[in-house]
Design a protein around this ligand. Structure first.
Ligand SMILES: *[C@@H]1O[C@H](CO)[C@@H](O)[C@H](O)[C@H]1NC(C)=O
Ligand SMILES: *[C@@H]1O[C@H](CO)[C@@H](O)[C@H](O)[C@H]1NC(C)=O
Ligand SMILES: *[C@@H]1O[C@H](CO)[C@@H](O)[C@H](O)[C@H]1NC(C)=O
Length: 393
């Protein structure tokens, strides 16, 4: 188990990001030249700009790969970070096949994008589409002459009535935001620290809910069949599930924080399953404390309850981990690794199920032949009682 703990500690510090190419090699039509540029960490795009302190304006070029049926957008957010409040400029090919550039202030998460003027002055805006690249050119007044800006960029191929409408709400499309210092060019990706937090959330939860808890259940179900493992299986089971619970609640807490920081996008199902999981697992911890004595008449009901809750937690955990993969979209190897682990645990369970059934049936057979030989009722009762103790301890 300490190996597993070490593994998840190592994994949780492992970034999933990839390096970006340099932006300085990009050239622009009409010999436009910009004094600084930044290779943005998401959506393979670059931002180029020239700041004019004398009139607090900035000329920008936002460049991103796109196909003819898609749109790109770039925005400053003068009042906050992220999408809500961002003053966006959209570029796309219209029905006649020429590039259209419009501006739209994003007031809510379901915008009906139209051409509406922004909260700051836009001196010019245009766009072009060349060799699979769309570029937005704009000259804007820098709000408050503030050279540290929050900006957001986006792309999609979703349209309604010829206007951009909606984008993917997972993977890079929710990380494309950050703070930029227009004087130094230094960029702080808001997405980056969030991405690390998301990765940590993913690894902690996959290891605890998705791997340790099933292992704990396997130990309880199969080890206790071996008389020599009684009562060791019980302590192993409790130790495994308690450590899974502690790590799992840490990962769950990070998830709650990610959820409350994510303004505009809520992963409703993932969130609901996560909350249900926390409640069910907490119930299991309390159930452990209220466990009736082995021979108590209510112990059977407790066992049924404990098993039902336990299996529900495992099934919901695996479902939610796959939902998490769909949201985070890490490299495929992570998903494949998890599928391999969970399949291996499933395979081990099938084998142990067969082996332990064989053992139990054998034991029953020898016990009944013993009974046949001894014939005494009292002895028989005692033997039956003992074997049930081992099965249910
Ligand atoms: C904008 O701020 C810079 C310093 O960051 C200053 O030199 C410049 O005069 C300011 N421009 C205007 C128009 O206020
Ligand atoms: C702002 O000032 C620069 C020179 O510093 C000039 O080239 C540019 O045209 C001005 N922009 C606007 C929109 O007036
Ligand atoms: C969008 O509105 C601006 C004025 O706010 C105008 O100059 C521009 O031509 C309009 N663009 C389109 C595509 O309608």
């Amino acid at each position: 188990m300490s190996t597993i703990l070490l593994l998840f500690i190592l994994l949780s510090f492992f970034p999933f990001s990839t390096p970006q190419p340099s932006c300085t090699l990009n050239t622009f039509s009409q010999n436009r030249i910009f004094s600084l540029c930044n290779s943005l960490p998401e959506l393979s795009s670059t931002l180029h700009w020239t700041y004019h302190p004398s009139n607090s304006t900035v000329d920008i070029a936002y460049r991103a790969p796109q196909s003819a049926d898609g749109w790109i957008a770039w925005a400053l957010n003068p009042t906050g970070s992220g999408m809500i409040g961002a003053q966006a400029i959209f570029a796309f090919l219209d029905s006649t096949g020429s590039m259209t550039t419009i501006s739209y202030p994003l007031a809510n998460t379901r915008p009906m994008v139209r051409n509406i003027s922004l909260s700051y002055k836009v001196y010019s805006m245009e766009s072009e589409f060349l060799n699979g690249m769309m570029v937005i050119y704009a000259t804007i007044e820098l709000p408050g002459n503030n050279t540290r800006v929050n900006h957001v960029w986006q792309e999609s191929n979703l349209f309604t009535n010829g206007f951009p409408n909606g984008h993917r709400t997972s993977g890079p499309n929710v990380l494309s935001t950050g703070e930029l210092d227009l004087l130094s060019g230094q960029f702080t990706a808001a997405g980056n620290s969030r991405l690390h937090l998301k990765n940590r959330h993913g690894v902690l939860n996959a290891v605890s809910w998705g791997i340790l808890m099933p292992i704990g259940a396997i130990m309880a179900r199969y080890l206790r069949v071996f008389k020599s493992a009684d009562p060791a299986w019980f302590y192993l089971h409790v130790a495994c599930q308690i450590s899974a619970y502690v790590v799992g609640v840490a990962g769950w807490g990070i998830g709650l924080k990610l959820g409350s920081d994510s303004k505009g996008i809520t992963y409703q199902t993932h969130r609901n399953i996560g909350i249900a999981l926390f409640c069910l697992a907490t119930l299991q911890v309390f159930a452990l404390l209220m466990r009736p004595n082995k021979n108590h008449k209510h112990r059977l009901y407790w066992n049924i309850y404990h098993h039902l809750t336990g299996y529900s937690v495992i099934i919901l955990s695996v479902i939610n981990i796959f939902k998490g993969f769909d949201i985070l979209e890490p490299e495929n190897k992570w998903k494949h690794a998890y599928i391999a682990i969970i399949s291996a645990l499933g395979g081990i369970s099938v084998i142990l199920e067969a082996v332990t059934w064989a053992i139990v049936l054998n034991r029953k057979k020898s016990e009944s032949s013993e009974k046949f030989q001894q014939g005494g009722n009292g002895v028989n009762g005692k033997t039956g009682h003992d074997s049930r103790q081992h099965q249910e301890a």
